[in-house]
Write a protein that binds this ligand. Structure first.
Ligand SMILES: Cc1ncc(COP(=O)(O)O)c(C=O)c1O
Length: 462
């Protein structure tokens, strides 16, 4: 029988070997869900096993179904690189086995997280007094920020939503752009604000709210209001005109929340910061670590200007949980969970790894790669760049036809030189690509461009 430490070594070696070969890996898994399910499907083990044998079994059976999301030519969804330094720090978080709930249970995890979130506010140019909850991703960050918003707008009218709930409360109006991300509606659903009970604000051809429509909707609100803007539309990468809408929200007494899952990182790249100009005027911001900061999954940030409203909405107290003293910050004050992974180690490690310059260079390079890919593809007859490319997302369409576009995407995925997926934009199917990895260079982009053109010609010549 081996011991658990042998299994840890085995896992580390396999992980390192996997990542070393990632640039040449197939970008589509070679085994399907059904294959992998069949490989694992067995009755509950009646007896325990040998640690190294268990790890070997896991690696052998799962690897064929692992999607190469860390490939430099992975452009699906919006996925960061899970940078090796962040992964290594995350291994330590797991090995140290810290419950990063509070200062008393996990002093190092709490202190490192406090430093890392202060760095984050600095990098993103957000108010230094804002509170930050380190959560699992932007979906939960949106939920946390909107819980703080709900608390604050109702508290201004003397209503304690934490104590009394929403029954009998003054109705809260929610304003949201027509091209908002689906997960924001999930947050509204969780909070009892209603995913459908919203005023939808008209947007332009890049999915940005029209300030005149926003102003009119604010004027029509009768009671407390929460407005939800966006930094980084999932298809176009464009951001709302915050310099115009934030003062409108403030004058109307509305709370402005920004879903900035990836787009908020434009703030960290001086040449792109104009995209998000004025975003610092908002009241709360959701963003991800596992996208542009390249941390491993799962990592996101709920950032709130009004730290008291944030704490009111999330904090937990019990006699057996000693509260933090003085300036100490209990991580669980700002998140929905009590027991939680020490995510701050990987956040600290990734900011330390890339530094301010490295983050700016990566964001700018990713944006330039996206524009280069879109513009180069559009020079091929029959391929259209669907919208301009202000950030790191781009969309192309093939033969100006839905079926052809879907066929080219299927061909690209089968060829597995790169990965990009399908999306709908303004009622038509497009190939939507996201450039969001520190590993993606212009050279990798050129390999991907050649593969996409080859797939298009294969489909065209049928
Ligand atoms: C704009 C936007 N908001 C929210 C999310 C959800 O983020 P997560 O999957 O990290 O929860 C995404 C994911 O791509 C996104 O692009």
């Amino acid at each position: 029988m081996t011991d658990g430490y042998t299994a840890m070594h085995h896992a580390a070696e396999a992980a390192i070997a996997y990542r070393r070969d990632i640039a040449t890996a197939h970008t589509t898994p070679v085994a399907s869900y059904a294959d992998i399910f069949a490989a694992f499907d067995a009755p509950v083990p009646e007896t325990g096993g040998d640690p190294q044998a268990i790890l070997a079994e896991l690696i052998d059976r799962a690897t064929p179904g692992i999607r190469a999301q860390t490939s430099p030519r992975f452009f699906g969804w919006v996925i960061g690189n899970s940078h090796p330094t962040g992964v290594a720090a995350d291994w330590l978080a797991a090995a140290w086995g810290q419950n990063a709930a509070n200062v008393s249970s996990a002093p190092a995890a709490s202190a490192v997280e406090a430093v890392a979130v202060a760095w984050l506010l600095d990098l993103l140019g957000l108010p230094r007094e804002a509170s930050v909850g380190v959560v699992t991703g932007a979906t939960v960050a949106n939920f946390v920020c909107l819980a703080a918003a709900r608390s604050a707008v109702l508290a201004r009218l003397g209503w304690d939503v934490e104590a009394d709930g929403l029954f009998g409360a003054p109705p809260v109006e929610v304003l949201i752009g027509a091209d908002a991300h689906a997960t924001v509606f999930s947050a509204l659903k969780y909070l009892g604000l209603g995913a459908k009970r919203v005023r939808t604000i008209a947007t332009d051809d890049l999915g940005r709210m029209l300030p005149s429509a926003f102003e009119a909707a604010l004027k029509a609100c009768a009671g407390p209001a929460i407005a939800i803007g966006q930094a980084g539309q999932i298809c176009t990468g464009a951001s709302d005109p915050f310099a115009e809408i934030a003062p409108l929200a403030r004058n109307a007494g509305a709370w402005l929340h920004v879903d900035g899952a990836f787009g908020l990182w434009a703030q960290a790249a001086p040449a792109r910061a104009a995209q998000t100009a004025g975003v610092e005027l908002a009241d709360s911001w959701a963003t991800d670590g596992h996208k542009w900061l390249q941390t491993p999954y799962d990592c996101g940030f709920a950032i709130v200007r009004d730290a008291e409203a944030h704490a009111r909405a999330m904090s937990v107290s019990a006699s057996y949980l000693p509260p933090a003293a003085g300036p100490e910050r209990d991580p669980s004050t700002y998140v929905p969970e009590l027991s939680r992974r020490a995510r701050g180690f990987a956040v600290w490690a990734m900011i330390r790894q890339l530094g301010r310059d490295g983050i700016a260079e990566m964001v700018e390079r990713n944006c330039q790669v996206a524009a280069h890919m879109g513009e180069t593809l559009a020079r091929e007859p029959g391929i259209t760049l669907v919208a301009e490319v202000p950030l790191n997302q781009f969309m192309v369409r093939f033969g100006d036809d839905d079926a052809t576009t879907l066929a080219v995407i299927a061909q690209v995925q089968e060829d597995a030189v790169l990965y990009a997926g399908a999306s709908q934009w303004r009622g038509a199917w497009v190939m939507r690509a996201s450039v969001c990895s520190v590993a993606t260079t212009m050279d990798e982009a050129d390999v991907a461009i050649a593969a996409i053109i080859a797939a298009w010609r294969t489909v065209k010549h049928g």
